[in-house]
Design a protein around this ligand. Structure first.
Ligand code: ATP
Ligand code: MG
Length: 427
């Protein structure tokens, strides 16, 4: 174990962080994505202190192979953009850079300061950046080049003690960003770590703050949950702490009223991933949110007609509100459930894409997500009875040729980064 020092005003050295060697943190370099290593190396070679951060480091220490790698650097977004040809600055207020490598996307953010609180956007130092992160298990910095873990807040000890501890003071952590309540429960369930009583108490007290969160941020969280290996456990814990009704109000209500539905729903979530632990089959994870509902509402005797499929699709879409899932993923999910009944529906002729629900498309960073009025129910969380299956589609009017062309062009522009997809480009 080594220490990182800084110098106090009186010239004396002050211990800033604990630095763990490979023998101590035990991260096998083979579990670290090669492109993530290359991105860190390139930024460091350009003179910018850079680390792999967040959930990836947590998972690596726990011996898991992370799904995605977030990177944090001293370099500003325009600087990062200039260093990587295949990259794009995203976000309006909270600007960060997406670096593209093959079909992978790496999120590279710039160290932020505490100016403007823990959701502000001013750039800062690594010491300030760490204090804005939610929980100690998510606050470790990993330098893959020197294979060192830098720990400013005792995250390694907390991993050893199997506990989720907040970095941001308890009286503001959830009022500043209510999504952290979902995150706390998610990390607790996914790692098997304990949430201290004080954290659970706050969550129960502050749960209604989630009504302020935009559908796009809620969608991002639920998509992450269903793609995780512990979806059933996370949803069970969210329900116990009174949070699931804000994520999936319709399912939560049905589960509370009908124990059979609850059992099937949680069983589907437990099976959301393939037998090999992955979720390669398109729509599989999403199908776990809607299978129990479709089983109860679709008239399977109507077969594989497009009308039957379409009303099931629209019913599912309303069922998962306020979540606004990617159209294609929901389409795959509904088809999957139909296929389980031996029904193969032909590709739809009608335009399934309907106008985006309010809040779709906003950046999902604390402090800038589209907000609802406090105290109002989540957007679109209409009781199921008000939106019967087969009702007129939400804004699914046929599109004109010009509109179609414009949208195609826009989609093409949005999906290909400057310089085109491919390897990480040199400056
Ligand atoms: P996973 O991706 O597995 O859900 P993660 O920890 O990587 O977990 P991300 O949403 O990818 O979560 O965020 C990366 C890191 O950014 C987090 O580990 C945390 O340090 C920080 N972070 C993200 N969202 C917040 C937030 N709302 N409040 C404070 N810190 C956050
Ligand atoms: Mg992550």
């Amino acid at each position: 174990m080594r220490f990182r020092y800084s110098t106090a005003k009186d010239g004396k050295p002050v211990k800033k962080a604990v630095v763990y060697t490979p023998e101590e943190h035990g991260i096998p370099l083979s579990n670290v994505d090669d492109d993530a290593i290359r991105i860190v190396e390139r930024l460091k070679a350009s003179g910018f202190d850079t680390y792999i951060v967040g959930g990836a480091v947590r998972d690596l220490i726990l011996g898991k192979k992370p799904k995605d790698f977030d990177i944090a650097s001293e370099a500003s977004p325009p600087r990062i953009k200039r260093i990587f040809r295949n990259s794009r600055i995203i976000g309006n207020r909270f600007r960060l850079v997406h670096v593209y490598a093959g079909n992978k996307i790496f999120e590279v953010s710039t160290f932020r300061s505490l100016k403007g609180g823990n959701t502000g956007n001013a750039f800062g130092t690594i010491e300030e950046d760490v204090l804005r992160r939610d929980f100690t298990v998510n606050s470790l910095f990993y330098d893959p080049q020197r294979q060192l873990v830098v720990d400013f807040v005792g995250g390694m000890k907390d991993i050893g003690k199997k506990r989720i501890r907040s970095i941001i003071p308890l009286d503001t952590i959830f009022t500043d960003d209510p999504v952290r309540m979902i995150r706390a429960v998610k990390y607790g369930a996914a790692t098997g770590f304990k949430l201290p009583f004080s954290l659970r108490w706050r969550i129960r007290r502050d749960s209604s703050l989630l009504t302020q969160i935009s559908p796009s941020r809620l969608t991002e969280e639920i998509v992450k949950i269903i793609h995780s290996a512990q979806a059933a456990r996370i949803v069970g814990d969210l329900e116990t702490l009174g949070l699931y009704s804000y994520l999936q109000p319709n399912a939560s209500k049905l589960a509370r009223e009908n124990s059979g539905f609850r059992e099937r729903y949680l069983r589907d979530l437990a099976a959301a991933r393939d037998a090999d632990g992955g979720d390669q089959q398109p729509g599989r994870a999403m199908s776990s949110l809607i299978r129990a509902f479709l089983e109860d509402t679709v008239d399977w005797s109507l077969g594989d007609s497009q009308e039957n499929y379409y009303s099931a699709f629209m019913g599912a879409r309303r069922f998962v509100l306020p979540m606004n899932p990617p159209r294609l993923e929901l389409d795959h999910a509904v088809r999957l459930v139909f296929a389980e009944h031996g029904l193969t529906v032909k590709r739809a002729r009608f335009p399934i894409r309907s106008r985006p629900l309010r809040g779709e498309g906003d950046r999902s960073r604390p402090g800038e997500a589209g907000k609802q009025e406090p105290g109002k129910p989540p957007l679109g969380a209409a009781p199921l009875g008000e939106a019967p299956l087969g009702e007129a589609p939400l804004g699914a009017a046929p599109l004109g040729e010009a509109t179609k062309k414009r949208r195609r062009r826009k989609r093409r522009r949005a999906s290909v980064p400057e310089g085109g997809p491919g390897d990480i480009g040199e400056e």
